[in-house]
Design a protein around this ligand. Structure first.
Ligand code: ACO
Length: 328
């Protein structure tokens, strides 16, 4: 399997035009710009307008990624859409995106791993490409989280935003591409971040709606600690697997959950601030979309050049976590 490596051939991102600022939130719940900024680093987040849904932004991001990879939709044979906020239960948002793109030769599906979804997708696509089962895979992270946010719960409503990012993967020269990737989960922590209503365990009803069971519930404090520990540990594991150290990392793009989580993970890994990408001030936490949006912003800004070592790490509900190490 080591003879073929999967690399990222093109990236893209998209988000709604609507912006929800800390000042807007000050008018909705008892909070302040000062509190939100100092506890999270967030200044604003994108918010979809009524009538805007997940695949709208996923398709825009995907088109950009396919074009930048120098491919056509018909060249894509695998579509993995990481999302916890699908357009609808059936069919998958992946299939909806496939139809919209005209990528008719692909197998399409959704992947539910919360904020780690994009790294789960990269890992699956990498394996499919290495084993020859896929030639060109499209991995998307797309979310309209603001539809699942309880705007009376000041702990969660300040965090989440909407958007989508995408990457097209294909075989690259062996010394480049994904050098190591690792994904993990621990379902025993289910209730640290969950949305209990609307599925078969607690079907949607007037009561579940009235109780707000479809909203995200979070134990922020506990998640914080597990997130820092897990992201640092799994990042070390992929570095070790590739025979590299944190000194080799040119750019670290972590899941954008909270600036303090990013700072703590970077400090545990000894990666200095200049090598850590953060866009949390502008986007908040966009779950599975945060890493591919960050990746594409870095590509657009010329922050990533050929041969650079890029480390991606994530943590999310489930709980799930992962890391992917790439030589660009
Ligand atoms: N404005 C003002 N005060 C607030 C707010 C707010 N928006 N939210 C909470 N507080 C108050 C609390 O009520 C508490 O008050 P008290 O001391 O009187 O009880 C105080 O601030 C401290 O609350 P903590 O919860 O301890 O604050 P903390 O510093 O932990 O910050 C936060 C909370 C921002 C949620 C943090 O814990 C965090 O970011 N956790 C990680 C969350 C995360 O990453 N979740 C997503 C995982 S990714 C995914 O899968 C989508």
């Amino acid at each position: 399997m080591a003879d073929i490596r999967a690399g990222i051939l093109g990236t893209g991102h998209s988000y709604p035009e609507g912006i929800l600022t800390n000042a807007d939130l000050e008018k909705m719940v008892e909070t302040s710009d000062d509190w939100i900024t100092s506890r999270t680093g967030i200044k604003q987040r994108r918010k979809a307008a009524p009538g805007e849904y997940t695949s709208l932004f996923a398709v825009k991001a995907a088109r950009q990624a396919i074009e930048r990879a120098g491919l056509e939709p018909a060249d894509i044979d695998l579509i993995l859409c990481a999302t916890v906020t699908p357009d609808q239960i059936l069919p998958s948002t992946g299939c909806i995106i496939q139809a919209e793109l005209g990528a008719n030769k692909a197998a399409a599906m959704d992947l539910v791993a919360a904020c780690s979804g994009f790294l789960y997708g990269l890992t699956v696509a990498d394996t499919m490409i290495q084993t020859g089962k896929s030639k060109h895979a499209l991995v998307i992270g797309a979310e309209i989280l603001t539809q699942y946010v309880d705007y009376t719960d000041r702990q969660t409503c300040i965090l989440f935003g909407d958007g989508a990012g995408a990457a097209v993967l294909g075989a690259v020269e062996n010394s480049h591409g994904i050098l190591a990737s690792r994904i993990r989960s621990d379902g025993r922590y289910e209730e640290q971040l969950f949305s209990p209503g609307g599925g078969t365990r607690r079907p949607a009803s007037a009561e579940t709606l009235a109780a707000g069971d479809h909203f995200f519930k979070m134990k922020g404090n506990e998640l914080f600690k597990v997130a820092v520990r897990s992201m640092a540990e799994i990042s070390r594991e992929v570095l070790e697997e590739a025979g590299l150290t944190a000194d080799d990392v040119k750019l670290f793009i972590p899941h954008q959950a909270n600036q303090r989580i990013t700072d703590a993970v970077a400090s545990k890994l000894n990666v200095d601030t200049e090598r850590v990408y953060s866009n949390i001030a502008m986007h908040g936490n966009t779950s599975s979309a945060s890493i591919p949006i960050g990746l594409d912003e870095c590509v657009e800004a010329g922050k990533i050049q050929k041969d650079d070592i890029v480390l991606l790490a994530s943590f999310g509900g489930g709980v799930t976590w992962g890391a992917v190490l790439i030589r660009w």
